[in-house]
Ligand binder design. Structure first.
Ligand code: FAD
Ligand code: FES
Length: 248
């Protein structure tokens, strides 16, 4: 882990409440798919705590993030201008995604941003890839322009049928045979349903949890394991084999 100063190259709204931010830092270490950074959203003490964002794409010296406008921190972040410098702890998390022979990546809402970097690694290694992307409605599919920018194809679902196929992501996931390893990120309720319904499948989940420090000290992010022990999402995660953790 290291703390770095990163220069804002891009910070633009690409979809409904969805922003793409590109940050530059000389000699940045190469992240692993699934890793994240803890970003100070301004250069003042307000808000005090850094915010966690997944690496959505990486190029030499540049890290790409996708964030959804949620509360105060992400609103402040959305006001950052090109050329400003922000501090970040990077790249965090020992529990990362892996590349398998057949990779089914399933992203609910902005959760897909934790999987786009993995998708590129799968293609680089010339393994099989299928991406399912879902949102409540058409406007909750804010990552579509980013997927186009990366040249990634996906099958799209909306719960109300306003774009793509109608329905949630569980049914299409179940239609893939067991040779496909499922790696997913999205709202807690989606991950809970995936764990319950895909018990007999290889399933990896990237978890989100409230994070104050991001490096294992505050214990604010712990989840209970099926073995009764507690695991820190920021250190042992954020990616866990679904069978190993309790999803509430
Ligand atoms: C490992 C990790 C990776 C993440 N990657 C991304 C990413 O790539 N893109 C992205 O948009 N977000 C991501 N998040 C979530 C992101 O950190 C939060 O959205 C952000 O911290 C919200 O900050 P805020 O100040 O805008 O909202 P706050 O003011 O802190 O919160 C506003 C409201 O949202 C709730 N809230 C805050 N965080 C979450 C959360 N994680 N899940 C559900 N509810 C929450 C709060 O309880 C509160 O009610 C990630 C989180 C983790 C732990
Ligand atoms: S966020 Fe502090 S221990 Fe994980």
């Amino acid at each position: 882990m290291e703390e770095r100063e990163l220069k804002v190259l891009r910070n633009e709204e690409i979809g409904f409440r969805t922003y793409l931010m590109v940050l530059e830092g000389e000699g940045l270490p190469e992240p692993k798919p699934g890793q994240f950074l803890m970003l100070s959203v301004s250069n003042t003490l307000e808000p005090l705590l850094r915010r966690a964002f997944a690496v959505a794409h990486f190029e030499r010296d540049k890290v790409f993030l996708i964030y959804y406008l949620l509360g105060r921190g992400t609103h402040i972040l959305s006001e950052r201008k090109r050329g400003e410098v922000l501090r970040a702890l990077l790249f965090l998390g020992k529990g990362t995604f892996k590349v398998f022979k057949k990779n089914l990546l399933v992203g609910g809402g902005v959760g897909l941003s934790a999987l786009t970097y993995l998708a590129q690694e799968v293609l680089r290694q010339k393994k099989e890839l299928f991406i399912l992307y879902g949102g409540r409605t058409k406007r909750h599919l804010g990552l579509l322009p980013f997927l186009r920018e990366l040249g990634l194809e996906c099958e799209v679902f909306t719960e109300d049928g306003s774009f793509g196929k109608k329905g949630n992501l569980l049914k299409p996931t179940l239609e893939f045979d067991r040779s496909w390893v499922v790696q997913a990120c999205g709202p807690r309720a989606m991950l809970k349903a995936f764990k319950e319904k895909l018990r007999d499948r290889k399933l990896y989940l990237s978890l989100e949890a409230p994070m104050a420090c991001g490096y294992g000290v505050c214990l604010g992010c712990v989840v209970r394991g099926e073995d009764g022990k507690y695991y820190r999402v920021c250190v042992e995660g954020p990616v866990f084999e679904a069978s190993k953790v309790v999803i509430k």
